[in-house]
Unconditional design. Structure first.
Ligand code: MF3
Ligand code: CO
Length: 258
């Protein structure tokens, strides 16, 4: 069952998405050599609570923190710790909040100082995959069009998608139907309709092996140690096309970073 949102619900969600995007950019700007992932988590939580919202991940299926911080070969759901970031690391920040009964969820990957050209390329390709998924979020299209757009773009550019984790709908719950895999054939399954709010979240990596789970039960890593990247935005399907409620987090980050 896919919940179609009313105009009023989209409005509340848009406000929450904007707040989330703003906080995610602030936290991403704090990424630098020497900072601990726990410090980023505390910053995210303080900012969320100051805005009258609540961290969405904390306590979700027992997840212990506000932010997911996944470094280098870590793909998603890295738990904040005393680990200090180092020049050349790539860091995926995934953040969710709830306010007024509606959820927001987004992610981006940033480099710590200078990163290798290969890492830079991985980040660019993952963003390209997300851009194409967003373009596919049109009335009358299919959920699988987003999946196909992600998988095709990543593989055409020499990388591989993560098959074990999916994007999702969002609303009164953090994870709603439909699931949005990062691969698949276009043009089948659920038809896209006005009022669907979707979170495509491409996870892209340098190897084609099944992901490995760390002993903490949360952190997913690449089996070969290859780098992985992750971007996620919230998009609402409208009669006039896809509308990105989170407003382009990478672009906002780059505007602020200079
Ligand atoms: N963006 C991720 C997702 O949609 C974040 C979930 S982290 C969790 O799965 F802790 F809440 F599980
Ligand atoms: Co998500």
């Amino acid at each position: 069952m896919i919940a179609l949102k009313t105009e009023a619900e989209v409005e509340v969600t848009a406000r929450n998405a904007q707040l989330l995007a703003q906080i995610l950019v602030e936290v991403a700007l704090e990424v630098r050599p020497g900072v601990t992932t726990e410090e980023l988590d505390r910053s995210a939580e303080t900012r969320i609570r100051s805005a009258g919202a609540r961290p969405a991940f904390k306590g979700y299926r027992g997840y212990p923190a506000t932010l997911c911080v996944s470094v280098n070969e870590e793909i998603v759901h890295g738990i904040p710790s005393e680990r200090r970031l180092r020049e050349g690391d790539i860091v995926s920040l995934d953040l969710g909040l709830e306010r007024d009964g509606y959820y927001a969820d987004a992610a981006l990957t940033v480099g710590v100082g200078r990163i290798t050209p290969e890492a830079e390329r991985l980040l660019e390709v993952t963003r390209g995959a997300l851009r194409n998924a967003i373009k596919a979020a049109r009335v009358g299209g299919y959920v699988s069009d987003l999946s196909h757009a992600i998988g095709r773009y990543a593989t055409e550019h020499g990388f591989y998608v993560v098959r074990e984790f999916v994007g999702h709908g969002i609303g009164r719950e953090l994870h709603e139907d439909p699931q949005i895999p990062n691969f698949g054939e276009p043009g089948h399954g659920t038809v896209l309709r006005e009022g669907m709010i979707l979170c495509p979240e491409p996870m892209v990596k340098g190897d084609d092996l099944p992901v490995r789970m760390e002993g903490d039960g949360w952190t997913a890593v690449t089996a070969s140690g290859a780098l992985a990247a992750h971007y996620e935005e919230m998009v609402v399907v409208t009669a006039s096309g896809p509308h990105v409620l989170t407003g382009g987090i990478w672009e906002a980050f780059c505007r602020r970073r200079t």
